[in-house]
Design a binder for this molecule. Structure first.
Ligand code: C2O
Length: 543
């Protein structure tokens, strides 16, 4: 195995896109930032040099970090932010995972521009670790994102105090806005993926947006999905991909159409309600055939130029079926006792500020000491206000399937809540199943849940309200797709939150404390010697 080493210099630069100036926090001057390319089993060393005005951390999204919670990089959950002018080096290994993950800042909304791919290739020569599909001609990261005018730390401040009224300027593919005008009246660049006819491409697709789940299509082409969140899935062929914030999928595309220009459209599907002014978040890239590589790239006269037909903006069902069709390529049988804390989430009003909750508690990021340090030093009672997130919220709304279909039309009553730091403790090696019941007031928002440090499997999904007796029958305990069933096999403090930006910042989160096991190899080691300290406890906006 190798050691893959990178230096990430984080800075803030002024960029003009769509004829608007934004102050953008970037890594090594680029959006997306550098891709980390490893072979399964490799170690990764990343020196983060923070020259930006914001304290920040880098999270290795989806990396299990076994016995290495210290490197998980979540502001004030696992570590103090790396302050302006300081450095910190992350060290971790990528073991037992293959496919596409990504890295991103985990302080405020900075991840919208501070992100990049983490590509994990199979280790050849070892049985069972080659791609379970034909080797592609090329592998291409595709980041779907959003471009914001407002500074992303300011954006969080506005969300926290309720003055938030911002929308992204446009959606992006690999940082390109496409199809909007710049100051000289020309269109911004489209992302262009050049392909050769007959060849196979592996697209490593990540949704790095804060606000939108996206539908992605390429005109006249199909995707064969082969992995989701760095777990292989049974190959599934579809002409549309649905991808929520935080998720990654690997899809094979064969360039089997007549040479031409085929638009790739990413359509943000936080659909504007018919009666609001929220702009549609959409962008186009291009799949461009190199007609004859020896004679240049020009297409012949009359070559097809195709635009895909996108689903209706108010259609959540295409996405529901897309997820329903995913199953793991390899069985992950789960046996034994399953405990069932139910974790509904929703949005409620607290002194006229709209917040998001889990079990009617709105999570507050601690400001003095990171939870992991408190956990390690046995101080959790100082750091967290509530140690047992209640099992059920006071009110479970009577949502019917029809209410979901009537998308956005069902308005629940508001309920008051409190904003506190909550954790939930688990003994080592407990199999946990979580029921996520959406009680959301804004039915148009999806809730892509992300759990750090563990493999997290979807064993069932449904419309309407969860029914404990009936729904257990539908559990897929054989080959569930990755994404709330998990085993607490990794001691430390692990954040569970909605990856939809607005929701996490407003409190749709909880920290899971996983206790040590009985042996040394199930015990969290001490923190690295150069671990960042909190310089201005209490003053910084914590994430
Ligand atoms: Cu991708 Cu807690 O994050």
């Amino acid at each position: 195995t190798a050691v893959v080493e990178h230096t990430f210099v984080v800075s803030q630069v002024k960029m003009n896109r769509a004829c608007r100036d934004s102050l953008v926090t970037v890594v090594n001057g680029q959006v997306p930032g550098p891709a980390i390319d490893v072979t399964e089993g490799d170690s990764v060393v990343v020196h983060v040099v923070n020259k930006s005005p914001h304290g920040l951390t880098i999270h290795w999204h989806g990396v299990k970090q076994r016995l290495n919670c210290w490197a998980d990089g979540v502001g004030m959950i696992t570590q103090c932010p790396i302050q302006q002018g300081s450095n910190f080096t992350y060290r971790f290994s990528v073991v037992g995972q293959e496919g596409t993950l990504w890295w991103h800042a985990h302080v405020a909304s900075l991840r919208a521009t501070v992100h990049g791919a983490l590509i994990i290739r199979p280790r050849s020569g070892r049985a069972g670790t080659l791609y379970p599909f034909p080797k592609p001609h090329k592998e291409i990261p595709i980041f779907i994102g959003e471009w914001w005018e407002v500074d992303l730390v300011e954006l969080d401040r506005r969300m926290a105090d309720g003055s938030f009224d911002d929308n992204p300027i446009n959606a992006t593919i690999n940082g390109k806005l496409g199809d909007v005008y710049n100051c000289s009246g020309a269109l911004e660049e489209n992302y262009v993926l050049e392909v050769e006819q007959g060849k196979t491409y592996l697209l490593r697709i990540v949704n790095a947006a804060l606000f939108s789940e996206f539908y992605l299509k390429v005109a006249s082409h199909k995707f064969t999905l082969v992995a989701a969140d760095a777990n292989y899935v049974k190959p599934y062929t579809t002409d549309i991909i649905s991808i929520a914030p935080g998720e990654s999928v690997d899809a094979v595309v064969v360039a089997d159409a007549p040479p031409g220009k085929y638009y790739m459209v990413a359509l943000g599907m936080q659909p504007p309600l018919p009666d609001t002014q929220i702009p549609v978040s959409e962008t186009r890239g291009v799949l461009q055939y190199s007609y004859n590589p020896s004679q240049g790239k020009d297409l012949p006269i009359g070559a097809p130029v195709m635009v895909p037909e996108m689903p209706d903006l108010h259609d959540p069902i295409t996405s529901f079926y897309f997820y329903g069709n995913l199953t793991s390529a390899f069985p992950h049988p789960r046996k034994g006792h399953v405990s069932t804390p139910s974790s509904p989430c929703g949005e409620f009003d607290e002194n006229v500020i709209l917040v998001a909750t889990m079990n009617n508690v709105s999570f507050k990021i601690p400001t003095t000491e990171p939870l992991l340090e408190a956990h390690y030093h046995g101080n959790m009672s100082n750091a967290a206000t509530l140690h047992e997130l209640p099992d059920r919220p006071p009110i479970v709304y009577n949502f019917t399937d029809q209410a979901i279909i009537d998308f956005g039309r069902k308005v629940a009553a508001l309920e008051s809540t409190s904003r506190i730091t909550t954790t939930r403790r688990f003994q080592f090696n407990t199999t946990v199943d979580i029921v996520f019941q959406s009680t959301t007031l804004l039915q148009r928002d999806s809730n892509p849940m992300h759990l750090h440090g563990h493999d997290f499997f979807v064993i069932a999904q449904g419309l309407g309200n969860y029914n404990a007796e009936m729904d257990v029958e539908k559990y897929n305990l054989v080959d569930p797709p990755p994404s709330g069933l998990f085993v607490t096999d990794n001691p430390g403090v692990w954040f569970l939150h909605c990856h939809y930006g607005f929701h996490a910042t407003m409190g749709m989160a909880v920290a899971f404390e996983v206790e040590n096991g009985k042996t040394l190899d199930t015990t969290l080691p001490p923190p690295p010697a150069d671990f960042p300290r909190c310089e201005h406890p209490g003053s910084s906006l914590a994430y």
